[in-house]
Design a protein around this ligand. Sequence first.
Ligand code: F6P
Length: 364
Amino acid sequence: MMKKVMLVTGGGDCPGLNAVIRSFVKRAHQENNYEVVGSIQSFNGILREPTEIKLLTSETVSGIHVLGGTIIGTTNKGGPFNWPVKKYDGTWETVDRSAEMIRKCQLLGIDAVVNIGGDGSQRISLKLFEQGLPIIGIPKTIDNDLAATDYTFGFQTAVQIATEALDKLVTTAASHNRLLIMEVMGRDGGWIALNCAIAGGAEACLIPEIPYDIQSVMKMLNERMKGGKGFAVIVIAEGAKPKDGTVSFEKRDEIGYENIKLSGAAVRLREELKNAGCDLDIRETVLGHLQRGGTPVAYDRILATQFGVKGFEMVKNEEFGKMVSYRHPNTISVPLEEAVKTRSISLDDNLIKTARGINICLGD
Ligand code: F6P
């Protein structure tokens, strides 16, 4: 009997999403009795009337492993539990359409759902599973902050992009005798920042895990300038905060967008350095969504391809309520309860020791 599987990609786009879709479809088609479809823009496609669901054929997925983004679109707004509805007075409220969506899946003959996303998406997977939907998760995020997997695809691409940007900024810093600050993504984790700072040889790296003391950064800069180096580069994670301070963020009034939009860490650091007496010319660069765009590096394509194949095996074996995970060197499955947990860099992580070992100032 034919079986139908629906893929969704949720949250921020991430290099490697298309490689997962391709490998899942390729593996499913080896079985001859599986049809794979994709709901456009996460669950919003199936919730819309008329539904926006795309058949994923061999032709549709051919060659897409090299493409950034996701061919079935993504969103971090809406979804089954927070569907925005405009009220008569013009304001918005969100409604829970999860039961209706699960019924719709049954009516459309969907036997399994695969939710490719980060912790927010897997929280949705868990709630839907608890309500009876046969669902599995596949972990995705450039932030690499999911506790239940060694790595997520997209992360190595983000680190590569950030490192190449840092290399370029070093040449400008050195030519102009400036201090250049580069802000990278990562939410509450410093994974992208610390990896890129080590790869690119930054003088300081400020991460959410170590609230920084501006005097410690000033001390490093003064010593470096005394030593004759007239320039420096600092990598700061978007979620970094000063000692006794908070993260820097902006309010977004996009309907249905519920995340905290981290923003302004680099600009704030420049001000703090100036106030502390830094007399270098300072420029800041915010890498932003450049870190999520474009073609995935080979590592991410390989990891994503492994995740797609493993995801299909889990669907075939009806291992619902679980997420694919990478525990070197294997792909395994873990309960969704574990999948929703995030992780920061532990202070005794070898990356922290390595950074200290090459005199990168961590602001403490
Ligand atoms: O989780 C991925 C990520 O890129 C974070 O690093 C960042 O904080 C956030 O998404 C940005 O989200 P948006 O694309 O909604 O601005």
